[in-house]
Design a protein around this ligand. Structure first.
Ligand code: IPE
Ligand code: IPE
Ligand code: MG
Length: 253
């Protein structure tokens, strides 16, 4: 098998685990979780928020720097209107119930995605959350809401094209850094790990550019079942990866 454990792993204490600087999560399977229990899909989304609350806590405790969670995709508009409005209300409810705790825990919140199709009151709420947590220096919680990576890249291309057309930017000066700085995730490190729950093995338009060198961890559990033990299993898996970035790696002889 390629790669050796980066360090000895003590599952009880978490000691020896390699901690990603940036963790991305595609929180999938809320609907299936609910269906398995004879509940409505929306109840799965409610349980999903509980799992998210837990994950934020684990990320704080284990020293993850950035946590980006996919909570509504630009493609999710194709769902039934009732489910869409439920998810939108859930974001409002999450802010109402959790903002004070996030502030107390020194969490900085960023919401990435297109704000164009959002209700102005929701845009104000998002701006308020970002402003109220802006000065926090602990975990950065990035909520990808109405997010699609292709749209993000198109918006960045359009922004750079405008700069060129206005004579403010030389096309030759466009490099990876410049393009990265035009994305919603400007200023953030790329994700080291991307988790997807519920057994699906695809990105579904999540962080396409940023995931260039991410380690993928696919787990079978549905998102509402993802708990601290699941989190530690992901860290264990990540700790054993040999990240080569095109080189020959630590284990090459
Ligand atoms: C993920 O769970 C949450 C959102 C996409 C909003 P799903 O709602 O996709 O659940 P499944 O995949 O249908 O089980
Ligand atoms: C991806 O899940 C989006 C979120 C988790 C918010 P989906 O359930 O929408 O993805 P597909 O449709 O199965 O690819
Ligand atoms: Mg899904």
């Amino acid at each position: 098998m390629a790669g050796e454990p980066a360090a000895s792993v003590n599952v009880e204490t978490g000691a020896g685990l390699k901690i990603p600087r940036h963790l991305g999560v595609i929180m999938d399977g809320n609907g299936r979780w609910a269906k398995l229990r004879g509940k409505r899909r929306t109840e799965g989304h409610v349980e999903g928020v509980k799992a998210l609350r837990g994950l934020v806590e684990h990320c704080i405790n284990y020293g993850v720097g950035y946590l980006t969670v996919f909570s509504f995709s630009s493609e999710n508009w194709s769902r039934p209107p009732d489910e869409i409005s439920f998810i939108f209300n859930l974001l409002r409810r999450f802010v109402a119930s959790d903002l004070q705790r996030l502030i107390r825990n020194n969490v900085r919140v960023r919401i990435i995605g297109s704000r164009q199709d959002l209700d102005p009151s929701l845009v104000r709420l998002i701006e308020d959350v970002e402003a109220k947590t802006h000065a926090n220096t602990g975990l950065t919680l990035v909520v990808a809401f109405n997010y699609g990576s292709k749209t993000e890249i198109v918006a960045a291309a359009r922004h750079l094209a405008r700069e060129v057309a206005a004579g403010r930017l030389d096309p030759e000066a466009i490099d990876e850094k410049r393009l990265g700085d035009a994305l919603y995730t400007a200023g953030m490190p790329d994700p080291d790990v991307i988790i997807r729950t519920s057994g699906e093995q695809r990105l579904s338009n999540f962080l396409l550019w940023q995931a260039a060198y991410a380690e993928f961890v696919f787990v079978d559990e549905h998102w509402p079942d993802f708990d601290e033990a699941s989190f530690i299993r992901v860290l264990e898996s990540y700790s054993q990866r040999d990240r080569r970035f095109g080189g020959i790696g630590a284990t090459a002889s």
